[in-house]
Design a protein around this ligand. Structure first.
Ligand code: WT7
Length: 704
């Protein structure tokens, strides 16, 4: 079935021309063991049973006190779930499994160097380590419920230990992805007012032991500049007893955790019974404007939601060996490496390093050796493994029953390779669409009950009722072939509670656009605006087209154009900067930076280096642009706005659209000439863009 859909291009409407893909069906062996195999589940989660349907998720947890109100909508859009309920997230992820599973591995940690020993951390050992670290945080760190603690930790077991220790105390943790710069960490420390930073001296990446403690010093300096001082830095050592950083420890401020720990051996800490509505953690993410926003996630709602979706969508059973190949520094890792899998008492694999180290067979060797049967990763990783080791999976004897893709749209041919080569044609695939703000999945197929369709995430998940609106707020009907803004009509337990310290920004960013009546206390008047473009096929499946705001999704990670640009203009010589996305074979999108220099400054190659360095310092290596183009002037409207879509078009060898409204249309040819001939010289001519990609480039910058 190859239905080519030709759709009219109209003003304010993204045109979509795409090919319908064929369904793939789950194998009988999967269906026979699936947690959700009875279609009656759809009825239980139908709109008529909302919000009580989510009791089914909350009942997966142990509550100290049961709730009296499932959903409180008295202060929209600050929804409250399971009000009156009390629980402890750490107790639910650790203590309650001890009776049946104390000797079972909670985590299996695989260090990057292959000659270092893989470590299994049993539930019993996790319990001991979490208690000890909680005692240290409380008694040495002086923190209590409601305080914030920032972590800047790599993929080591100390990270989930620290998260669970905070959760035990009711302390709000805020993990900053280890690959982010010290400055990025410092901004988040100041924003959350964390008096304690937990870090590690070093970790392995691509075969090298990287100095990581150096970033803590930078972070504290940046936080200080923002008026906030950290009191204590707790430093784990990647090799206990052996310090692997160049930076000195600051007396009275920096402490080695392995040394302090001597005082906390075998200490036990009572889990603090927290209200369901107490914040569990903050996770910062990029938006259209300003600093990253601290998404605040709740204890009861969040944990219920990740437990429920892990059970039904990840199909996790306690006896599975589940490997989510993401970093815990992102929401995927919080929800689907730590909280979801542990709430269900399963074994969760953690890997320290890069997928292709020391060779592209590494992931499959790990899967074979550990008996992994559920595998979860991002399209970026899949594309890379396909490129460098297309035949590797076949060389290893593992069997996945289930695989996930998350974080960016997946091209149907990449999906098919994942299915055939990685899944050996035997695994179901779920393409899970969601965001940092959401706690857990929003769009996916239910693996035993709904067929897969490459390139589409599927319908809304259980209890989630999505809709596509056009700019005027009219519903875009399924099967119309038209794209629009995907929204969720209802609240759900995993939704974030707000942006830390910025209530107005929260309401404005996510609810203002389609709110029907600001006085209304009915959730039906408050659709959640996700910021993604999407189309819905006649079968109800959504195809996510990507961000409609100026956020660039690089390798599944969100980068705000404004953040990139403000980092760039820290370079003295630069007057103006504009960041645009380019289609990238591996990372999905990469960033290209256009800069205009201050009068009297000569263009030279140092500037490119300085921009790279500035971005690395302010944000982190992951944000480094693919190219930096020095231009005589930016294409601008008569009112002085930079037309990002024009340079985005040039970078992608695509149509730049109408330029008659520019104040300086002549500049376009000049920039195109320079950039495209240089790209050709560098061997960077892109493949032909798909219609969706073309539309994305054309629309870039329209959020302004
Ligand atoms: C953005 C959220 C929580 C997932 C990890 C990324 C894009 C996410 C998909 C998918 C197409 C996807 C969206 C979304 N996205 N999953 N399955 N298919 N696009 O979390 O950093 O908050 O990014 O990632 O554009 O808005 P995030």
């Amino acid at each position: 079935m190859e239905v080519a859909e030709e759709i009219q291009v109209s003003e304010g409407q993204i045109a979509v021309h795409w090919r319908e893909e064929e369904y793939f069906y789950p194998p009988a062996t999967f269906i026979s063991q699936a947690n959700a195999a009875d279609p009656a589940i759809f009825e239980r989660f139908s709109e008529e049973h909302f919000p009580e349907c989510f009791k089914e998720y909350a009942d997966l947890l142990d509550w100290d006190a049961y709730w009296h109100t499932t959903l409180d909508t008295s202060n929209p859009p600050f929804w409250k779930w399971f009000v009156g309920g009390r629980l402890n997230a750490c107790f639910n992820c650790v203590d309650r499994h001890l009776a049946t599973s104390h000797d079972k591995a909670a985590f299996i940690w695989v260090p990057e160097p292959e000659d270092q020993e893989t470590k299994a951390i049993t539930y019993q050992e996790l319990y001991r380590r979490v208690n000890e670290f909680a005692a240290l945080l409380r008694d040495f760190g002086g923190v209590k419920a409601g305080d914030r603690v920032t972590f800047h930790l790599p993929m080591v077991p100390e990270l989930p230990v620290a998260m669970l220790a905070c959760a035990r105390l009711g302390v709000i943790h805020s993990e900053v992805f280890g690959g982010f710069s010290g400055a990025a960490c410092g901004g988040r420390i100041a924003d959350s007012e964390s008096r304690i930073l937990v870090t590690m001296d070093s970790y392995y990446r691509e075969g090298k032991l990287l100095d990581h403690k150096v970033k803590a010093d930078e972070a504290l300096a940046v936080a200080h500049d923002r008026g906030f001082d950290v009191e204590k830095v707790l430093v784990w050592r990647r090799h206990p007893g052996q310090y692997s950083s160049e930076t000195p420890m600051v007396d009275g401020r920096d402490f080695f955790v392995d040394e302090l720990m001597d005082d906390y051996r075998e200490k036990l800490v009572e889990p603090v019974s927290m209200p369901a509505e107490a914040p569990l953690f903050l996770m910062y993410t990029s938006g259209t404007t300003g600093q990253p926003k601290g998404c605040q996630h709740s204890t009861g709602g969040y944990l219920s939601y990740v437990a429920g979706t892990s059970k039904y969508y990840q199909d996790i059973h306690p006896e599975d060996t589940y490997w989510c190949f993401a970093d815990i520094g992102w929401i995927t890792g919080h929800s689907y490496i730590v909280y979801g899998p542990l709430a269900l008492g399963t074994t969760s694999v953690m890997y320290e390093g890069v997928p292709t180290y020391p060779d592209p067979g590494r992931p499959w060797r790990i899967a074979e050796r550990l008996g992994v049967n559920i595998f979860h990763t991002a399209p970026t990783t899949i594309r890379m493994l396909r490129k460098v080791g297309p035949d590797e999976p076949a060389k290893y004897d593992y069997r996945f029953k289930h695989m996930t893709t998350v974080g960016e749209p997946i091209e149907p041919d990449v999906w098919r390779w994942y299915h055939e080569a990685v899944g050996k044609g035997e695994a179901v695939i779920v393409d899970t669409w969601w965001q940092t703000e959401n706690g857990g999945f929003l769009g996916s197929t239910l693996p035993a009950l709904q067929p897969m369709k490459p390139g589409s995430c599927g319908p809304g998940v259980l209890g989630i009722y999505p809709v596509i609106y056009d700019e005027q707020g009219e519903v875009v009907e399924a099967g119309s072939g038209r794209a629009g803004n995907i929204c969720i009509r209802n609240p759900w337990p995993g939704i974030f509670q707000g942006i830390w310290g910025q209530d107005e920004r929260f309401v404005q960013t996510y609810y203002e656009k389609y709110c029907r009546n600001k006085e209304s206390k009915d959730w039906r008047d408050w659709p959640y605006f996700a910021g993604d473009g999407a189309v819905q096929a006649a079968d109800g499946y959504f195809r996510i087209l990507g961000r409609v705001d100026d956020v660039i999704n690089v390798a599944g990670h969100r980068l705000g154009t404004k953040e990139l640009e403000s980092a760039t203009i820290t370079v003295d010589e630069i007057a103006e900067a504009a960041a645009v996305p380019v289609i990238d074979e591996i990372r999905g999108r990469a960033v290209e930076m256009y800069v205009a220099l201050k009068p009297g400054v000569d263009a030279n190659s140092d500037i490119e280096q300085k921009v790279q360095k500035a971005i690395e310092t302010e944000i982190g290596k992951i944000a480094r642009p693919k190219n930096v183009w020095i231009v005589p002037d930016m294409p601008k409207t008569r009112s002085g706005k930079i037309m990002r879509r024009v340079i985005a078009g040039i970078s992608n060898f695509a149509d730049v659209g109408d330029i008659t409204t520019l104040a300086n249309p002549e500049i376009v040819d000049e920039i195109r000439e320079h950039v495209q001939s240089e790209k050709v010289a560098r061997g960077e001519t892109p493949r032909e863009l798909s219609p969706e990609e073309m539309e994305e480039i054309k629309a870039f910058g329209r959020a302004e």
